[in-house]
Design a protein around this ligand. Structure first.
Ligand code: NAD
Ligand code: MG
Length: 398
């Protein structure tokens, strides 16, 4: 029986890679639903090619999609809209697998809906887990959802952990002989830049990642190392460890996607060419393996792998994220919301590159922390911080 897949964020970088893999395995997977916030023309083409049952767009774009579909002679695609539409497809009874690939906090409720409906959830949307942490992990256990990491580092860690790791108790300490998680980071396009150089980098430069081709927001996050900060928080939740058990290792080649160290002195690494199709295919098929078009590693060509410690003075976002994880409560939500506003402002050239982490720091210092005991608390904190960060951006902006 083929599995029905819902792709939240189908027009994005992860969404496109997912479709590419599904196309390679038409007997195993069918596309049930696709969603997009913009680039409706591309969504219409996706509908033409993959014939989903449902497409979800903002209500302001429903007419546009409907006209494009009829121009292409496509009937039979139901169009739903807005967050309610995203939630409806994420929890739909005919869906087996949900690819959570919306960027940012907008993905929180749809991703959580998929988890609560007990789906196999392929988690790319790290911001959703950063915000909801324990709530999402608990919901996965309560509803029997299989939450599988797509983020390449977390997928690598998942592959390097003992198979029964997730059956064992969750208590903040590594278990079953695991001693440390080594989260690798490419260092982004500005690795080894001076502080002075960092002050004048442009959005175009920040979006040009040396090893990966990704959406704009995660590209900027990779350049500030906020991406690694969010991933640190993501790892703590997924693998139930406190932040001191996660070490960030800068590895500019992005060949080792992360590692797990054991008490006997072993370090296991997962390696591969930097292509998101590998972790997506892994999460789709786990515990099986399916083919992708990613070429095997040629170690003779690579010849050398390098490692260095991250520079948290140049890239304070990583320090802020570690601190937010240590503080707990809504601190990760505050960090994430302020960062989303700051990255958008940087992309619109309203603030400079080094001001991105200043916005996050300001928000963390201005908003009182509290327990993240309900989804409502988290969503309200997110909204409040967005307003505050927006004001701060106006004050410091050029
Ligand atoms: P992207 O910007 O290329 O695509 C984002 C998708 O989400 C698009 O389909 C867009 O239409 C949709 N979207 C954007 N805002 C939305 C909103 N408000 N409501 C509903 N839909 C919305 O981003 P991406 O690079 O594919 O990243 C997606 C997620 O995966 C992010 O959370 C990112 O951190 C994570 N991720 C990406 C990569 C990568 O290589 N691109 C790697 C690891 C993790
Ligand atoms: Mg990653």
């Amino acid at each position: 029986m083929s599995q029905a897949v819902c792709i939240l964020g189908a027009t994005g970088s992860i969404g496109q890679s997912t479709l590419k893999i599904l196309e390679q395995h038409p007997e195993t997977y069918t596309v049930f639903a696709v969603t997009a916030q913009s680039r409706i023309q591309e969504l219409a083409q996706i509908c033409q090619k993959y014939q989903p049952k449902v497409a979800v767009v903002p209500s302001s774009k429903v007419d546009e999609l409907s006209q494009l579909l009829s121009k292409l002679g496509i009937s039979g695609v139901e169009i739903l809209s807005d967050e309610a539409g995203l939630i409806a497809v994420a929890e739909h009874q005919d869906v087996d697998v949900v690819m959570a690939a919306i960027v940012g906090a907008a993905g929180l409720l749809p991703t959580l809906a998929a988890v609560k409906a007990g789906k196999r959830v392929l988690l790319a949307n790290k911001e959703a887990l950063v915000m909801s942490g324990d709530i999402m992990m608990q919901a996965a256990r309560d509803h029997g959802a299989l939450l599988l990491p797509v983020d390449s580092e977390h997928n690598a860690i998942f592959q390097c952990l003992p198979q029964n790791y997730f059956d064992a108790e969750r208590h903040g300490k590594p278990k079953l002989g695991v001693s440390q998680i080594l989260l690798t980071a490419s260092g982004g396009p500005f690795l080894n830049h001076s502080l002075e150089q960092l002050q004048s980098v442009t959005p175009a430069q920040a979006c040009k990642h040396p090893n990966w081709s990704m959406g704009q927001k995660i590209s900027v996050d990779s350049a500030t190392l906020m991406n690694k900060g969010l991933e640190l928080i993501e790892a703590c939740h997924l693998f139930a460890v406190e932040e001191q058990y996660v070490t960030v290792v800068v590895h500019p080649e992005s060949i080792i996607h992360s590692m797990v160290q054991y008490v006997d002195g072993s370090t296991l690494a997962q390696m591969g060419n930097p292509d998101m199709c590998t972790p997506i295919a892994h999460a789709l098929a786990w515990p099986k393996r399916i083919q992708t078009h990613v070429p095997p590693l040629n170690l003779f060509e690579i010849a050398q792998l390098n490692f260095q410690a991250p520079d948290v003075e140049h890239f304070p976002a990583l320090k802020l994220a570690r601190q937010a994880m240590k503080s707990g409560g809504i601190a990760p939500t505050i960090l994430n919301a302020a960062n989303e506003i700051a990255v958008a402002a940087f992309l619109q050239q309203k603030i400079g590159f080094t001001q991105i982490s200043q916005v996050a720091e300001h928000a963390l210092n201005s908003v009182a922390n509290q327990a993240a005991d309900s989804l409502q608390t988290i969503v309200e904190a997110d909204q409040k911080v967005r307003v505050l960060a927006q004001q701060y951006v106006v004050n410091i902006g050029s």
